[in-house]
Design a protein around this ligand. Structure first.
Ligand code: SF4
Length: 489
């Protein structure tokens, strides 16, 4: 009988995508996925250390698994992801029932490591550099109509609050031709929406074009990376070798069958006019920009090492809004960064109000061990002050979100159907091109709209976090169901 596995994911889309790869690798070994931990022979916890309480979550889960392991000694437990990369041997010290610890750079080894630990007992393997992009591994994707595509791993920035550079390593761009080839394969399988993933997507290609400039685009290393044509930007006194992120947006958006291209996350300091122009010129690129502000005070932005001022941020945002009509903008904000004064926070409120966000992920600063900000404990802001600021920030964010959503009432939007609404199964849920959640009444007469279908919906109501509406017409049926088996004649 086939062994059963369960992958539990904590954290960001990068981790979700790694988990799809882990599931794909285990499925390729002949294992079958299950939903309940009690039914699994192998449990993989894919961890994250960016958000708060990551340790508590991991060790809480491992505590539950310990009891299960005592009753089922053949159960295998593996821990991967950012926390594994950071904590390494500590995990098996605290939880000796963990069989395998693997890092962010050896996701591709998970099946081999599980096999080896069956013979050799508990083991840990952490690589410092990636041997493979996770997207180059087989995947068991969560959705048949939408897919993540990794275009870059690591990060060359050094934001004071962030652990990513130390656990994900330096920034490495995935070969241009390899990204486009994966998107073509996805499109051939019926995927209509792709989200390009990286820690700093709009610096895509810069690591390699710098190397190309030194080595020459015709060099063997250059050709291997490009896996396709190279070209040189026209104009300018010092033409730059390409392709860069703007070129990738254009190429991915031109793949037949791909109707929506998203990307996350760009860094405000690297949002240049070529990327904005590519967004405007590529119809498949959705009218949504997630541009993390983090703070509105220049003093705090400098302490965070973000590399832009509030004024510069707002200028780039204005340029993007001028070029892309109907652009929705979302952001990330941290409240209570060490040393944040009342004046700093007032500035954040002003910038957030000026930016008129469609939504924002707001976080209370919490120190991540190993980061620069964690050592600023003499400047931590008292909890009651942070809580009060956080509540005030949410009011400003929700006010602009509601205003932005109300402005859409009466418009007709294209929605990619996800399925029945969780709160009201009589309604359907989907995402607009602006990435807004839309709940709407299904077509009259009971005609089914399957997940992956594209429909137009008239917006009739607005709330801070979603739109409501009514079905207008079907635009396209899901492409992943279009393969019609041919009867043997
Ligand atoms: S850009 Fe800053 S916040 Fe984003 S991953 Fe890199 S270091 Fe972390």
């Amino acid at each position: 009988m086939a062994r059963k596995f369960l992958v539990r994911t904590f954290g960001c889309q990068m981790n979700e995508h790694d988990s799809e790869r882990i599931a794909g690798l285990l499925a390729a070994e002949g294992m079958e996925p299950v939903d309940r931990v009690e039914d699994a022979d192998v449990v993989v916890l894919n961890t994250c250390c960016i958000r708060e309480n990551a340790d508590d979550k991991l060790y809480g889960n491992l505590g539950h698994l310990k009891a299960l392991r005592q009753s089922r000694p053949d159960l295998q437990i593996a821990v991967g992801g950012c926390l594994a990369q950071k904590d390494r041997g500590l995990i098996q010290q605290r939880a000796p029932h963990v069989d395998v610890v693997f890092g962010t750079h050896n996701v591709g080894e998970v099946a081999r490591l599980l096999r080896r630990s069956e013979l050799d007992g508990p083991l840990m393997e952490i690589l410092e550099e990636s041997e493979q992009f996770p997207s180059a591994l087989p995947a068991r994707r969560n959705l048949p109509y939408a897919a993540w595509v990794t275009i870059q791993i690591g990060c060359d920035n050094s934001c004071a609050f962030c652990i990513v550079p130390s656990v994900r390593g330096r920034e490495i761009s995935r070969p241009f031709g390899e990204v486009v080839a994966e998107v073509e394969q996805l499109a051939a399988a019926g995927v209509t929406e792709v989200t390009l993933l990286g820690q700093n997507v709009n610096s895509y290609g810069r690591d390699v074009t710098t190397g190309l400039r030194r080595a020459g685009a015709g060099s063997a290393a250059g050709q291997e990376w490009l896996a396709g044509p190279s070209w040189v930007a026209e104009g300018g006194r010092r033409p730059r070798p390409r392709p860069l992120f703007a070129d990738l947006l254009g190429a991915v958006g031109a793949v037949p069958g791909i109707r929506r291209v998203r990307f996350t996350s760009p860094h405000p300091k690297d949002l240049r006019s070529d990327v904005i122009d590519a967004m405007a010129a590529t119809p498949a690129v959705c009218e949504h920009l997630h541009l993390p502000l983090q703070a509105g005070s220049d003093r705090v932005l400098a302490a965070m090492h973000r590399g832009y001022t509030a004024e510069r941020y707002l200028e780039r945002l204005a340029a993007a809004r001028r070029a892309v009509p109907d652009l929705a903008v979302t952001t990330d904000l941290i409240v209570g960064f060490p040393g944040e004064t009342d004046e700093d926070f007032e500035r954040t409120l002003e910038v957030v109000a000026a930016a008129e966000y469609d939504s924002a992920y707001t976080f209370i600063f919490s120190p991540r061990p190993g980061t620069e900000a964690a050592a600023m404990d003499d400047r931590f802001v008292p909890g009651d002050v942070v809580a009060e600021r956080f509540a005030r920030l949410k009011v400003v964010v929700e006010r602009s979100a509601l205003a932005r959503h109300r402005a859409r009432v009466g418009t007709v939007e294209e929605v990619l159907v996800e399925g029945p609404s969780r709160k009201d199964p009589g309604q359907l849920t989907g995402r607009t091109r602006q990435n807004k959640l839309a709940h709407f009444a299904p077509p009259a007469g009971g005609a089914a709209l399957e997940p992956g279908a594209l429909a137009t919906v008239e917006v009739t109501g607005a709330a801070p976090h979603h739109l409501t509406g009514r079905f207008v017409e079907l635009v396209a049926r899901p492409r992943h169901r279009m393969l019609i088996p041919v009867a043997a004649g």
